[in-house]
Write a protein that binds this ligand. Sequence first.
Ligand SMILES: [Zn+2]
Length: 352
Amino acid sequence: MDNDQEEQQKKQNPIDTTNDFINRTQNKYRNIKRERRVFKLIFRYLRTIITKESWATPVAGIVGLIIFIIILTVILTVGTGYPNTSALSCGGVCVTTCSSTETQDTSGTCNPDSSGTPQVCCIPQTTCEAISGNCRVSCYDYETPNTTAKCDLGGTVCCVPASSSSCDSDPAKYMKDTFNVVVETSVKSQLTTICNILSIPGKSALYTSLLKRGGPTNISFDSAPCGGRTLASGDIILHSFWSCGSAQNFVLIHETGHTIAIYNGGVSRSFTPNAYYPNDSSCYYYNGACDTTTKYFLKTYTGGCGGGGKPESFAESLSLYVIPRGALSNYKSQCPTGYNWEKNNIFGGYEF
Ligand SMILES: [Zn+2]
């Protein structure tokens, strides 16, 4: 029934039907055109951003400039450490002035501090302040700690070579320089022993001078029973010296007495034990078996006739002045004449 009615209307009004079709087609086309325009706008928007054309270029520049300023600020304030607290090329730290226990490392460079004051690179001291030595945890055998010198704060002390006035650093050199004595051994401990013994009477500048002036004096060793012998040249031969024990000091100093007598004829001739007997009578014993002019010998001398009473008493008196011993352990009070002669003529007033 409805189809019939429509067919009847189309037949009655054919124009209206055609207009409806046209209207529907136009509307459809209009919608398509509107959508294409939106897509075109979006496309153009994306294209301008991607290609940085038109207004996108200055915006990108501004954003880039802001980022650059931020990065630069970070580098300046954090990256290089401003103010710089560590040296750029040394192991120290940067401060305005180094402390008394630091040394300025001139090879290290530092930035100025925040106020613009130049800074220097400071490293712990490795050398003693104002003293020619090095800072060490412990000093070497032949160095002496100098407690008055400043070192770094790492528990080190200032170590200086032993003074040239001692046998510690180079005993051979010291003996050659001081006494003009050459000891024929390369054993350091032996050199030190001889040097230390010579340094006992060596406290007297006159003794040292009298021994030194005729040198060089060679000291050599042999294996004869403990004792010593001095040659006409003044050179000394020590017998089994390293087995002499506590007699070492006395033996060596006695022999240097002979050497001094040889080097200083005028001094030795002025030693006249015959004249000392009245005052120092208890100090001597008589050995009539000796074929010498002077047959009186100081009581501590046990070497037989030796070189005779006078030269042996000269050497013995010298050694007794330094090291009183045995029967003459109070040489100064027991034998005042001989003692005072030694004091004035060999030791220049120095007393031990
Ligand atoms: Zn002798």
